[in-house]
Design a protein around this ligand. Structure first.
Ligand code: NDP
Length: 317
């Protein structure tokens, strides 16, 4: 049986792994079978992670975190978790390959998943002009007209990035003020290629097998207009990825995993959570990394208390 299994390969998971590995806990990290590195894999310049004054590309930062975790002995598995049995003192983690891992503790750091609009055309045209990742798909929109929906930092970042390719970028927002930070707003406002369409909700994405436009409803007067675009980038936030722990761990009203105060302890002894999956507010790479540190230290204390003979339910000091 292992000491700790870490689920998730974003900044929280890899930072937890670095700390756990350096504490000789021989962690295994389940990283995903599709893409290792989490949300930062979809980002270009990361300008706010301390230590990189010239910025670092998101995928490069994640590669460095993985390298650092592996340097101290973390075993990275390129697989997905399909089932969790967290009740007993031995935690069981079933992988897509059928392997069942067992450990005394689990750190759950699965991050968050992008939100969808839930409107006609969104599923059908996904990959045919509708995208959630400017860094992945921006290249396909050279000299085209595109729209970004959302009013947060993600939308500003995507819109600004997309002006490298597109001839025109509309930002469609359902209010008349942005939620984005001032620096990101200013950057978008200063960009000649970006035009804001305020008080507008996207009701439908138009096109048969390629995106040709969006239908907008004015949120103030209810009027409906069509806007011709070749692509739509949806940047309306993320939701915590908790589907594997529904009914197993307590959640908060915001849908994040409940943790005890400033710790990473969940409602089940021996199960710890870190990163975006517990954080409805800050959701930064650096706060996720800090949260991963907390989880690894909590696990260390938990395992030490277990080794001293404390029952699992009480081994939380
Ligand atoms: P946010 O939750 O901050 O913003 C989501 C935006 O989408 C809001 O403007 C919201 O509108 C809008 N929205 C939500 N649902 C819908 C919907 N169904 N239809 C239309 N619009 C909708 O998410 P972000 O992903 O932008 O940011 C998340 C976190 O990540 C933040 O803390 C942010 O600071 C951080 N971040 C930082 C970056 C950086 O510093 N480089 C880059 C990207 C993100 P409304 O305002 O009306 O609620």
């Amino acid at each position: 049986m292992r000491q700790v299994i870490i689920i998730g390969s974003g900044p929280a998971g890899f930072t937890a792994a670095i700390y756990a590995a350096r504490a000789n806990l021989n962690p295994v990290l389940v990283a995903s079978s599709v893409e290792v590195g989490g949300e930062l894999m979809k980002t270009t310049d990361v300008e706010n992670f301390p230590g990189f004054p010239e910025a670092i590309q998101g995928p490069d930062l994640m590669a460095k975190m993985q390298e650092q975790a592996e340097r101290f002995g973390t075993e990275v598995l390129y697989d997905d978790v399909t089932e969790l049995d967290l009740d007993g003192e031995v935690k069981k983690v079933t992988l897509g390959s059928g392997t069942v891992l067992e450990a005394a503790s689990v750190i759950y750091a699965t991050g968050s998943a992008y939100r969808t609009l839930g409107i006609p055309g969104e599923d059908r045209l996904s990959g045919h002009g509708v995208s959630w990742c400017a860094t992945c798909d921006g290249f396909f929109f050279r000299e085209r007209t595109i729209a970004v929906v959302g009013g947060g930092d993600s939308a500003m970042e995507e819109a600004t990035f997309l002006t490298k390719f597109a001839s025109k970028v509309y930002v469609i927002h359902r209010k008349d003020t942005l939620r984005a930070s001032k620096i990101m707003q200013d950057r978008a406002f200063a960009n000649d290629k970006i035009e804001f369409i305020w008080n507008s909700a996207v009701e439908e994405i138009l096109g048969d097998d390629a995106t040709t436009g969006v239908r907008l409803r004015n949120t103030v007067d209810g009027s409906v207009t069509d806007l011709a675009v070749d692509g739509l980038f949806i940047a309306i936030g993320n939701d915590p990825r908790t589907h594997l722990v529904h009914g197993k761990l307590d959640l908060t009203a915001e849908g994040t995993i409940w943790v005890d105060g400033r710790s990473s302890r969940t409602s089940v002894p021996g199960v710890f959570a870190a990163g975006d999956v517990i954080d409805p507010t800050y959701r930064q790479a650096v706060t996720a990394a800090g949260s991963g540190t907390v989880a690894a230290l909590d696990v260390e204390h938990f395992l030490a208390a277990l080794a001293d003979g404390a029952p699992a339910a009480a081994a939380v000091a």
